[in-house]
Write a protein that binds this ligand. Sequence first.
Ligand SMILES: Cc1cc2nc3c(=O)[nH]c(=O)nc-3n(C[C@H](O)[C@H](O)[C@H](O)COP(=O)(O)OP(=O)(O)OC[C@H]3O[C@@H](n4cnc5c(N)ncnc54)[C@H](O)[C@@H]3O)c2cc1C
Ligand code: FES
Length: 288
Amino acid sequence: MATVALQTEAQVIELVELCKDNYRVRLACEELAKQILPGQFFMLRKPGSSDPLLGRPFALYDTVHNESGEIIGIDVGFHVVGKMTSLMEQLTPDDHLEIWGPLGNGFPQIQTKHLILVAGGIGYTPFVATSRQALLHKQYGDTEASQSSIQAEKASLIYGVRSHEFQADMSDLSDITELDIQVCTEDGSAGHHGLVTDLLLPLLTDSSPEEKVVFTCGPVRMMQAVAELCQKHNVKCWVSLETPMACGFGACFSCVVPTKQSDDQWDYRRSCLEGPVFPGEEILWGQM
Ligand SMILES: Cc1cc2nc3c(=O)[nH]c(=O)nc-3n(C[C@H](O)[C@H](O)[C@H](O)COP(=O)(O)OP(=O)(O)OC[C@H]3O[C@@H](n4cnc5c(N)ncnc54)[C@H](O)[C@@H]3O)c2cc1C
Ligand code: FES
């Protein structure tokens, strides 16, 4: 999984609205796209500007190929929450973004009968590439040694949002026909009226715990609830943390998270370098 982080200015190819306050931006960055794996991320920044001062981390949504099948760039799904994402909402095809990556560890290389993906809000972005890798065996990574090898006989995506207006159009996943997508909303305006854990429980208990693996990404308390439910039912769970980050490559320690170590000790780990994907049972959720 070793990759060399690249820094470049990527041209915007297109910007598409996914749902209220959520967009997908396509960036031309061939070299980064050739290396990046599902669950890894990159930092984005406005070129030639110190406002905002720091780059912001974003997960790989998917890699993009041209009509000849050559890899040309990446897609980024984002939710408008602050300064950088408000700028990104205004991007047009002539614009550029400074980008550096691939960064972080990405999802573990697993083979399982049932891969269960649990997403809250914009936390579904890493699961587009992950689903495609697991079920369609699309390759990510440009050498045999670096290629991702997540494989599943079947996969489910549990996707929770506040209400229908924040539910992203899932057409980017429509070619993955085997992916079972279950939606829930907190206000009952679409899908199941309730929380992702309501939909997760039956999937955790329908067969032996060794036959399934859970990956989750979204708000911290949602991931905590998912990780704790998995632990209760002895199902392996990996969480992809969205910790705020300044450098993205291990130098500033702005992204540390408290983790359990062996022999009952605890210590901080850098989410950008040792993460952002961690075993759910290693996170000290009470201190997050
Ligand atoms: C590895 C990783 C992958 C990510 N992938 C994506 C992605 O694919 N799409 C996406 O939309 N976002 C993603 N994020 C989150 C994104 O980086 C932040 O939302 C970012 O701060 C947005 O920048 P901004 O300038 O618009 O908002 P800011 O101005 O930085 O922040 C806006 C508000 O959100 C708060 N905030 C920012 N980040 C967090 C956080 N992690 N937890 C709690 N509060 C926070 C701030 O305190 C502030 O109030 C990812 C984060 C990480 C670490
Ligand atoms: S963001 Fe700088 S060390 Fe992690």
